[in-house]
Design a protein around this ligand. Structure first.
Ligand SMILES: C[S@@+](CC[C@H](N)C(=O)[O-])C[C@H]1O[C@@H](n2cnc3c(N)ncnc32)[C@H](O)[C@@H]1O
Length: 219
């Protein structure tokens, strides 16, 4: 699943840096992160011993929600400003088991592996080559570790007001299932977990965008 849409990683960093301070002001993002965290807890048996990596963590809403249920979380993003907000909010919430790392796994390997869970929410649609990224997630898991990715189901391009930096207009969850299976993922699950609703312009009908979670275990 490689995207032909125009994509410039440096522009993406600037765009998310600029959005970081107000990221959690949009209630739909907060609600979605809560749903994703809840769905991960349902799909995966979290344990107090687990080392977790969240990829494209943004301000860390999913990591912060799951932090009481695992040992340690490495929160990874290419936007330093997103991670700055994460550290501030984690401090305010007295969370001490999240560390942050500016890193782009699409261009260089992660200097760490052996995670029990790798998770990612709403980030895959910004990554041009998902077929290359998902095996990299699996590679940094321990045998028996879990992968969980959430994103928009394929949409008509109307989700983002501006599609600059968007590599995929949503993702076909069955394509994710196929990639996971091809790379040795076991016990694969795919489920719609939420629908984002956005008001239509000029009193047009509400637009609905389903969100899926796909998960598997590393063999
Ligand atoms: C739509 S935001 C989602 C943030 C967060 N997961 C959430 O649900 O609120 C996408 C995030 O992915 C990050 N991102 C984009 N491309 C990335 C890459 N190649 N590597 C790591 N993070 C990336 C962005 O900086 C941004 O924080």
């Amino acid at each position: 699943m490689t995207s032909e849409l125009k994509h410039n990683p440096a522009d993406n960093v600037k765009r998310f840096d600029d959005a970081a301070a107000d990221w959690e002001e949009k209630p739909l993002r907060v609600v979605l992160a809560r749903k994703v965290a809840g769905a991960i807890r349902q799909a995966i048996p979290l344990a107090a011993t687990m080392r977790v990596l969240e990829y494209g963590c943004g301000t860390g809403m999913v990591s912060r929600a799951l932090s009481p249920h695992v040992a340690q979380i490495m929160a990874v993003d290419t936007s330093p400003q997103m991670l700055e907000v994460l550290r501030r909010k984690a401090g305010e919430e007295k969370i001490i088991n999240i560390e942050t790392l500016v890193h782009d796994l699409t261009s260089e390997p992660l200097p760490d592996k052996g995670f029990d869970l790798v998770m990612s929410s709403m980030t895959l649609h910004h990554i041009p080559d998902i077929e290359a990224l998902l095996p990299r997630f699996l590679a940094i898991l321990k045998p028996g570790g879990y992968l969980a990715v959430a994103d928009l189901v394929t949409e008509d391009g109307s989700f983002h007001e501006d599609n600059t930096g968007v590599a995929h207009q949503g993702i076909n969850p069955e394509a994710v299932r196929t990639i996971l299976a091809k790379n040795g993922g076991l016990d694969i699950g795919v489920q719609e977990i939420h629908t984002i609703e956005k008001p239509g312009a000029n009193s047009a009908a509400v637009r609905k965008y389903p969100v899926f979670l796909a998960w598997c275990r590393k063999g």
